[in-house]
Design a protein around this ligand. Structure first.
Ligand code: RTP
Ligand code: MG
Length: 138
């Protein structure tokens, strides 16, 4: 089993619902360690840069509007197969399709306000961790 790191964001909807602690407990319960963390209000520039891969998509503006709508909690998680383990905890992008017991099934309202972000691959995780935690070895 490979020890990996992944980038997690608790999005504005979940921060507003006051469930950061409940989501952290799920990370810890799955053996994922929080190795870096900070709460911040993203600027438009930061949100657009983070989601640059999606900039041609129809939902890009709504996504950026949502990500700057309130504070977010950003963390790097470390553990065995962290990228996939974290995505399993998150559930499907659309909470209506997310399996029962996943973070999105339990805390998210819609595909736009879907509670959490997680890197989708180890390479992406390295870029995303460096984006928000410059100087931290991903
Ligand atoms: P994330 O990057 O946030 O972890 O989510 P994901 O991999 O499951 O989804 P992704 O395809 O990377 O899309 C990024 C975020 O854009 C919003 N989205 N909206 N309206 C739509 O069809 C649509 N598709 C994606 C979601 O908020 C998604 O998390
Ligand atoms: Mg994604």
């Amino acid at each position: 089993m490979a020890i990996e790191r992944t980038l997690s964001i608790i999005k504005p909807d979940a921060v507003a619902k006051n469930v950061i602690g409940q989501i952290y407990s799920r990370f810890e319960g799955a053996g994922l360690k929080i190795v870096a963390a900070r709460m911040t209000q993203l600027s438009r520039e930061e949100a657009e840069g983070f989601y640059a891969a999606h900039k041609e998509r129809g939902f890009f503006k709504d996504l950026v509007d949502f990500m700057v709508s309130g504070p977010v909690m950003i963390q790097a998680l470390e553990g065995e197969n962290a990228v996939l383990a974290h995505r399993d905890l998150m559930g499907a992008t659309d909470p209506k399709k997310a399996e029962k017991g996943t973070i999105r099934a339990d805390f998210a309202e819609s595909i736009d306000a879907n509670a959490v972000h997680g890197s989708d691959a180890v390479d992406a995780a390295k870029v995303e961790i460096a984006y928000f935690f410059p100087g931290f070895a991903a």
